[in-house]
Ligand binder design. Structure first.
Ligand code: FES
Length: 200
């Protein structure tokens, strides 16, 4: 480790005080999730339990909707790793929410093909329809708007993923208002799906 001569190194300078999520309520996995997670951990060598960290974080999100500091500490204890290791994963991947989100998280791809296809205007139209900016949840608590990177369906741009799972392709700014209204009425059934899945 090297030291910069002008840095004011004081006691505890090396300790991070970063806050990556709110403390939240006390958290523990449900017995069913404990069982499932132990099964997943069992697929790895005993000293590699941390290989299950993605699954554990998905379970947290499934159980309480988003990640909190308490939940990440619980994951760290469960996997016998440090909270920092869990936080590193949680902050690296965009599919993990670190604040409450709406029932439908609209994730608009903004990478090149979608950008050329009008993704920015799609975001603007959704933003206007919902009365929120990117990263916010609308007043009803139903929709959260996010931007994403390439979803792998570049020939069907602009693409929107919903709740990390469901798909809608070729959304235009003109269709955004109807798109939102349709989701309100029909939920995921309003989405076009992924053409690869639809055609296979
Ligand atoms: S650029 Fe949007 S899906 Fe690839």
């Amino acid at each position: 480790m090297s030291f910069h001569p002008l840095m004011p190194y004081g006691e505890g300078w090396h300790k991070s005080d970063r806050i990556v999520a709110a403390e939240g309520q006390p958290f523990a996995f449900t017995p069913d999730r404990v069982r499932q997670l132990e099964e997943i951990c069992g697929k790895y060598p005993p000293d590699r339990r941390k290989s299950a960290v993605l699954a554990a974080l998905y379970f947290v999100q499934e159980q309480q909707g988003y990640l909190t500091a308490n939940a990440m500490r619980h994951v760290a204890e469960f996997l016998r790793i440090t909270p920092a290791e869990v936080e590193d994963v949680a902050t690296y991947y965009v599919m993990f929410y670190r604040a409450p989100v709406g029932r439908y998280v609209l994730q608009v791809c903004r990478t090149l093909s979608c950008a050329l296809g009008g993704a920015e205007r799609v975001v603007e139209a959704l933003s206007e329809k919902l009365g929120i900016k990117v990263g916010e949840t609308d007043a009803s608590g139903m929709f959260t708007l996010m931007e994403f990177e390439c979803l792998g369906a570049c020939d069907r741009a602009p693409v929107v993923m919903v709740n990390n799972e469901y798909w809608h392709e070729r959304l235009t700014p003109e269709n955004c208002s109807k798109f939102v209204d349709d989701i309100k009425v029909r939920g995921e059934a309003a989405l076009s799906g992924c053409y690869l899945k639809v055609e296979n």
